[in-house]
Design a protein. Structure first.
Length: 202
């Protein structure tokens, strides 16, 4: 019994050390719009936690529709990522996974995941992002480019991001923040639609 208590104490001490530098947050959004595309057609809860280990960050991010339509699981997402910074550039490797929770998710089937490599640069009040799917569930090897300047965001993509598969503007948005509140008006010229999204960070 004494050994059991010692094991539990040591385990708790180890876990407290591991999670000492862990960041936890959650966002509530009126709908999940990412790179000009809507996922789930509903409001969403988006939890995130990140552990910093030296110059690297390991994390998990998810999104779950609050009220998905019948058989609409496109708003469910559970990703893993690792990131680091090299000079002015940040590098991120992301594993995107979209579970349906209907008993056929095939978590360990690599073809059900999409692996992306991305890099971003901050230049004064602007930033540049380049992202590319390199493995998994994207036969088109889609790429995405994004430019941000103050309130303005312009994103272009090809492959799975566009109707024709050609490189097209897919996200033009105006963004505003106040404290833990955010708002975005987004136009997708390729699919000829728009979104108004509100969010709160907890």
């Amino acid at each position: 019994m004494k050994n059991c208590y010692l094991f539990l104490i040591n385990t708790c001490l180890m876990l407290s050390s591991i999670f000492a530098n862990t960041e936890i947050s959650v966002d509530l959004v009126s709908r999940y719009v990412w790179r000009g595309q809507d996922y789930g057609n509903a409001a969403a809860v988006q939890p995130n936690f990140k552990k910093n280990i030296g110059s690297f960050s390991l994390g998990a991010w998810g999104s779950w529709s609050v009220s998905p339509g019948p058989a609409d699981f496109s708003g469910n997402e559970c990703d893993l990522y690792i990131s680091t910074k090299i000079g002015p550039a940040s590098l991120v490797l992301t594993d995107y996974f979209f579970p349906s929770y209907n008993g056929s998710d095939s978590l360990f089937n690599f073809d059900k995941h999409t692996i992306e490599v991305s890099t971003a640069f901050d230049i004064k009040q602007s930033s540049l992002l380049f992202a590319a799917y390199i493995l998994g569930d994207d036969d088109l090897n889609s790429i995405y480019l994004e430019y941000n300047y103050k309130m303005l965001t312009i994103g272009i993509g090809n492959g799975s991001y566009t109707v024709s598969g050609d490189l097209m503007p897919i996200s033009i948005g105006l963004n505003a923040k106040r404290d833990n509140l955010s708002a975005s008006y987004i136009i997708n010229p390729d699919s000829q639609t728009s979104f108004l999204v509100f969010g709160i960070n907890l």
